[in-house]
Design a protein around this ligand. Structure first.
Ligand code: 13P
Length: 343
């Protein structure tokens, strides 16, 4: 393992004012997104849509440090025949790749899942590296159930182990692993319960990373924020989310980790930006804190685009706006007024 090289890539992924675009929706997930805007999901429409984002040159070069691609996308060419990976490289953005194979039910743990994809992973990583990937992503999914038996130890432990095995393989194959243990926002739990479960999940994850000899200087952590469940009647202010999230992270994430890039997880576009900004305003922090958003970066441009070529320029502006707002939030320099001015 060349740790200096891995560390350089990890640092670039979380460079000041920049963050990651998660454009790695599986074919099933992107179909759901396209269904909601009345667009048929085909290899060509998926390519057109993603090409539109990657050709948003200003946003890509200023605010998007890297893009997580799906297996189909890393192999696709733009309409003019240029590989999509080359478009990213030209814009100064690093190509990355989702390598997990999604979740499967966890035996004897009703309602819980484990992420699969370790079999044959080394071979796939080497291939992706050859296709231009500099980093990878694996997402573990932890649901907070109503009775306190969920999540189970079995689920937290199995997912932490898989994340650590994946991360060790990535580093061996010269790819920076994004380690993503996501505690879902679904459900009616309050912020205290989210803090409790997220702390546990992160402790288990870092223990597994240690036991599997993963070098923390060569990873990027992609966690959820500490937020109440979507159905909870007890809401939390922006400052409370930022403060509680930072307390969890400071208790669980060693300073050797170069950066933390949050998932948006179903927060509204502006909430995801405001929370990130509030955390950075509470600095200095031991690691860089930025975004690795899927929905919170793509929802707005998807709505504007709606599959029509005449909407491409406006959709690129909508994407550019969210990328810029999150870039400012990554520096603690965002203001709500900037949203109104753009509207
Ligand atoms: P969201 O920001 O939409 O949660 O997606 C991030 C991601 O990559 C989930 O794996």
């Amino acid at each position: 393992m060349n740790l200096a090289e891995l560390n350089k890539v990890a640092e670039a992924m979380v460079a000041p004012g920049r963050g990651i675009l998660a454009a790695d929706e599986s074919t099933g997930t992107i179909k759901k997104r396209f269904d909601s805007i009345g667009v048929e999901s085909t290899a060509d429409t998926r390519r057109d849509y993603r090409e539109m984002l990657f050709r948003s040159t200003e946003a890509m070069s200023k605010n998007i440090s890297g893009v997580i691609l799906y297996d189909e996308t890393i192999r696709q060419n733009a309409r003019d025949g240029t590989p999509l990976v080359k478009l990213l490289e030209r814009a100064g953005s690093l190509p990355g790749i989702k390598v997990d194979k999604g979740t499967a039910p966890l035996p004897s743990c009703p309602g819980e899942v484990v992420t699969e994809g370790l079999d044959g992973l080394r071979t796939r990583l080497a291939e992706y590296r050859g296709l231009g990937a500099k980093f990878a992503k694996w997402r573990a999914v932890i649901d907070i159930g109503q009775p306190h038996v969920v999540p189970s130890y079995t689920c937290v432990n199995a997912n932490a182990h898989a994340l650590a095995r994946y991360a060790a393989l990535c580093q061996d194959e010269a790819l920076v692993p994004i380690v993503e243990p996501e505690v879902l926002m679904d459900g009616g739990h309050d912020i205290d319960r989210c803090v409790e479960v997220t702390t546990w999940v992160l402790k288990e994850t870092f223990q597994a990373l240690f036991l599997n000899r993963v070098a923390l200087e060569g990873i990027v952590l992609k966690p959820n924020m500490a937020v109440p469940g979507k159905k909870s009647a007890k809401r939390a202010s922006v400052d409370e989310v930022a403060d509680r999230t930072l307390r969890v992270l400071k208790a669980c994430v060693p300073a050797a980790v170069p950066g933390i890039a949050f998932l948006s997880g179903g927060q509204s576009d502006e909430e995801a930006t405001a929370h990130l900004d509030a955390m950075n305003k509470m600095g200095p922090l031991p690691w860089r804190v930025t975004f690795s958003y899927g929905r919170a970066l793509q929802h707005a441009p998807q709505m504007v685009w709606s599959g029509k070529s005449e909407n491409v320029a406006a959709a690129q502006r909508a994407f550019g706006h969210r990328a810029m707002m999150n870039g400012l939030a990554a520096l603690g320099k965002w203001k709500a007024d900037l949203e109104r001015k753009a509207a």
